[in-house]
Each structure stands twice: as structure tokens, then as C-alpha cells.
Design a protein around this ligand. Structure first.
Ligand SMILES: [Zn+2]
Length: 487
């Protein structure tokens, strides 16, 4: 391969090259591949998580509480924030409660985030600082879970969980820059050369875009692509379309940092029983109602989980962003949510431009409808590897076994890319490739794809999903010469 100014001048070839080069790189017998494109992940949060207490190795309630107590002693000030909490690992599957955490400290706020990113456990001080009292109503699309006596037990779902995290102090610009650089380093070590941040504007869109640009100028090792939270632009507290366009235009090196679209959520996740599905969560019949039936969800008989927005609102929000000229990427895991997203995409008149994120639970009819819409889809094969036990518990063996129908979608000619969704999972693309090529036990092998298809899913198809077909991903002439060396 011959590279000039960071772009491919002569595509990789096995024939001898007759060129005068300033620099020759010896690949040491390794294979040169296009760099991985992680088309759905969370870059800044991945970096910030490197600074929090990591509970991923705790398998019991007491290990969790020991970990929190020891962190409390070693880092005594401010919010005690932990990640990768997972009650599904406990033998009884029962959550840690606010009382458990209050015993460690009732004076400082403690907040444990579930691995799935849609649920947390808060202590009393954290609830207080978030302005939540026993009389606070559940937000639309969320729940402050209560015990049998009706008292909040500290478990917070979806928008209620968001309320708690919004109360935590936002990182300063310098912390963001450091976090982005660290995330970039970690991802680059795994062969990733470009990543899409699927929730830019988590704290504040202006500061975040600035942080990404400064990190880039300081040598951030990956290109970053950005899908900005809908409400950060169009919401009542958003910056507004005009200011957003200014921010976008103000990015100097768009080869390195680029806004690609707008992000919306249609539902939650399977692990917290908040993905909006047809039928019910069969895995926990003995534990009574695990599904919150709030105002949004009572509108459709025979469905379970949570919709973040009522169907008409989701449609209107999607159209607002699409009409403003943006690609819209929508998180939808349950089959019920996926139907609503397809309705919304159809309503924009340009469904083939938009992105359906996750699409874990899909029927044959839905795959047929997706053929007509021709939208992009991103799957996260590593989920099956990490959360197989959770899916089986929540959905039952049979429904869980055919989650992530990547083979069927490819056979239907759909535009499928693969990605990690880090920091929800560790995010090594090779783990994703392995899990897509040879699905873990408990998942039907008929949805396996080939190695070449998986590599394509993490490279060319990622570029296509980002709206950058022909810009990167295949090392064709004129593309960015982003590559990795593998075996
Ligand atoms: Zn995500």
C-alpha cells in the first residue's frame, strides 16, 4: 500500500510496488487490515469510567458492598460513583438497596450504575441531592422502584436513573479531554481507528464538542464521529438548531471530529426488563410485576417494558431532526419499540438514511419491512457473549436464542454494521467478531455470519452507517489510510 498525506495512493496489493517512498513500514509478516470502525459506542463515558469504581468482578451482594466500602475509605470525598454493578449475577437476582448503601455512608452520595446503563442504585443522600423525595412522582419513561411498603428502595430505572446521574457533578473540560485521550488510547490499542459516540451532549454539547476537538489536537488516536442527543439540540433546554449548526460548522478538522447525526431512544434494555417487547418478560414469573406500567406503557395491551416516548411523540421528534437534514439514529431493542421506530423512519420520507440501533428482537415480518425501508442497522455481537444469562432469564431460552438476527438481516440484503456499545462491554472488536461468527452457547448457530462478513461489519459497513461510504473502511484509493496489523 502507498500512503500520501494520510490517504491511500495505491491500494494494498501483493504485487511489487515501484515507488520512491520517504518512509517504508515493515509489517513484520502480519496482515494489514482496514482499521476497525466502532459505529456505536460511548467515547467520553468510556474514558470517564476509567476513573470510577469498577464492580465488574463482583458476583455477590457482599462483594459489591465490600468494594463500595473500601472505595469509601480510599476516596472519602464527593460522590462515590461505581460502574458495572450487576444484580443478575446474584443467586437470587435481588438488588442492593439504598439501606445497604446508607450503612456504608449516609453522609455522602453513593450511586451504582448497572452494567446495562439503564438502571442504578442510589443511597439516600444521592436521592436527596437529586431532589427526589418519597412524594416525587415517577418520570415519564422511568421509575423510582418502591418496596412492598411503598418506600423507595434506591433502585432507579431509565429516566429516573437519568435524573440521578444528572445530579452528579459534570466533569470539567480538562477532565473530559483527559478521558477522551485515555479512551482513544485504549481503543487504538485494540485496532480501532474511528468510533461513533452515540450520546454526545450527555453533559453539555458545547463543552463536549470543544473537548473532543482539543483532544484531537493533542493527538487523540482515533477519529471521533458524533450522534448528538436530540434534546440537547431541539429540546426546551437545548442549544437550538441555529447554534447547533454553528457548533458543527466551527469544527476545524472534520476529518478527525465530525457530527454525523442525532440520537434518540425508543426503549430501554432487556437486563432491566425495560426493552419494549410484545408479550411479557417470561423469565421472572415468580417475582411478581417487574414491569412498570406507567402512562406511556398502558396505551398498548399485550406489550411489556418501557417506551421512552409515546409513539406519536417519537415520530414527531424523528421528523424534526430528519427535516432539519440530519441522519437519525434510534435505540430500539424490543420488537414493539422496533415497530414504532420503523413507523417513525417511514414518516420522515427518507427511511434509508436513518439508523436503527441494536434491533435485538426481530420477527421475520419486521425483517421484511426493514427491506422496504432500507435503513441502516447496528448490532452489538459482544452482548451475547457477556449477557447471555441475563437474556435467558428475562426472555426465556427460546426467545433469547434468536436475539441478534445478523445472518437473517444480511441474507435479506439489509445494511448491517457491527459495534461494541462500550463502556457497557469491554469492547474488543475481536470479541465481537468471534461472537458474530460463532454465537455463544444458547444462541442459534443459524444466525452465525462468516469471518469476512464480520470484518466488513466492523469496517466498511461502519463507515456506511456513519454516512461515510468511500471515505474510510476499505483502504481503497483515496480513502483514509487507517489500518491495523493483525494475524
Ligand atoms: Zn449505546
Amino acid at each position: 500500500m502507498v500512503v500520501e498525506e494520510g490517504r491511500v495512493l495505491v491500494a494494498p496489493t501483493s504485487s511489487p510496488l515501484n515507488v520512491e517512498a520517504d518512509e517504508v513500514l515493515d509489517c513484520g509478516g502480519k496482515v494489514l487490515y482496514p482499521g476497525f470502525i466502532d459505529s456505536h459506542c460511548h467515547i467520553l463515558p468510556s474514558g470517564l469510567d476509567l476513573l470510577k469504581l469498577d464492580l465488574r468482578n463482583c458476583a455477590t451482594r457482599s462483594e459489591i458492598l465490600d468494594g463500595v466500602a473500601s472505595r469509601h475509605r480510599s476516596h472519602p470525598d464527593g460522590w462515590l460513583l461505581a460502574i458495572q454493578y450487576d444484580h443478575n449475577k446474584f443467586a437470587d437476582g435481588v438488588h442492593v438497596t439504598r439501606d445497604d448503601l446508607d450503612k456504608i455512608s449516609s453522609a455522602r452520595p453513593i450511586l451504582l450504575r448497572h452494567y446495562n446503563g439503564h438502571c442504578s442504585v442510589a443511597n439516600s443522600e444521592a436521592l436527596r441531592l437529586a431532589g427526589v423525595t418519597e412524594s416525587t412522582p415517577d418520570p415519564e419513561g422511568g421509575e423510582f422502584v418502591r418496596d412492598v411498603s411503598g418506600r423507595m428502595n434506591g433502585v432507579v430505572l431509565e429516566d429516573a436513573h437519568e435524573i440521578l446521574w444528572r445530579a452528579t457533578p459534570a466533569p470539567a473540560l480538562d477532565d473530559m479531554i483527559e478521558a477522551i485521550l485515555r479512551a482513544g488510547e485504549k481503543m487504538s490499542d485494540l485496532g480501532i481507528t474511528c468510533a461513533s459516540d452515540m450520546m454526545t451532549g450527555l453533559f453539555d454539547i458545547e463543552t463536549e464538542l470543544k473537548a473532543y476537538q482539543i483532544a484531537s489536537s493533542k493527538g487523540c488516536r482515533i477519529r471521533t464521529r458524533h450522534y448528538v442527543q436530540w434534546k440537547e439540540v431541539f429540546g426546551p433546554k437545548g442549544v437550538g438548531l441555529e447554534r447547533f449548526r454553528e457548533l458543527e460548522a466551527g469544527i476545524e478538522d472534520k476529518d478527525r471530529v465530525k457530527v454525523c447525526g442525532i440520537k434518540l431512544f425508543a426503549d430501554g434494555a432487556i437486563g432491566s426488563a425495560t426493552a419494549a417487547i410484545y408479550g411479557s418478560y417470561s423469565g421472572q414469573p415468580a417475582k411478581g410485576p417487574v414491569i412498570s406500567l406507567n402512562a406511556v406503557n398502558t396505551r398498548q395491551e399485550g406489550t411489556s417494558g418501557q417506551l421512552i416516548y409515546a409513539p406519536e411523540k417519537l415520530k414527531a421528534m424523528t421528523m424534526t431532526a430528519s427535516d432539519a437534514g440530519y441522519q437519525v439514529a434510534i435505540h430500539a431493542i424490543g420488537d414493539y419499540a422496533i415497530d414504532l421506530v420503523m413507523d417513525a423512519f417511514e414518516a420522515t420520507g427518507v427511511p434509508s438514511r436513518h439508523r436503527l440501533e441494536h434491533a435485538m428482537l426481530l420477527s421475520d415480518d419486521q425483517i421484511a419491512r426493514l427491506q422496504t425501508l432500507d435503513c441502516f442497522m447496528t448490532f452489538q455481537p459482544e452482548f451475547l457473549l457477556r449477557f447471555g444469562h441475563v437474556y435467558r432469564r428475562q426472555l426465556g431460552e427460546e426467545r433469547a436464542s434468536s436475539l441478534n438476527r445478523v445472518r437473517s438481516c444480511l441474507d435479506a440484503g439489509l445494511k448491517v454494521s457491527l459495534s461494541s456499545d462500550r463502556p457497557i462491554v469491554p469492547g474488543d472488536p475481536m470479541d465481537g467478531v468471534r461472537s458474530a461468527v460463532s454465537r455463544p452457547e444458547g444462541f442459534v448457530a443459524s444466525e452465525n455470519i462468516t469471518l469476512a462478513e464480520a470484518i466488513r461489519g466492523y469496517t466498511v459497513a461502519g463507515a456506511e452507517a456513519n454516512g461515510e461510504a468511500g471515505v474510510m473502511g476499505s483502504l481503497a484509493v483515496g480513502e483514509f489510510a487507517d489500518f491495523r496489523l493483525g494475524s
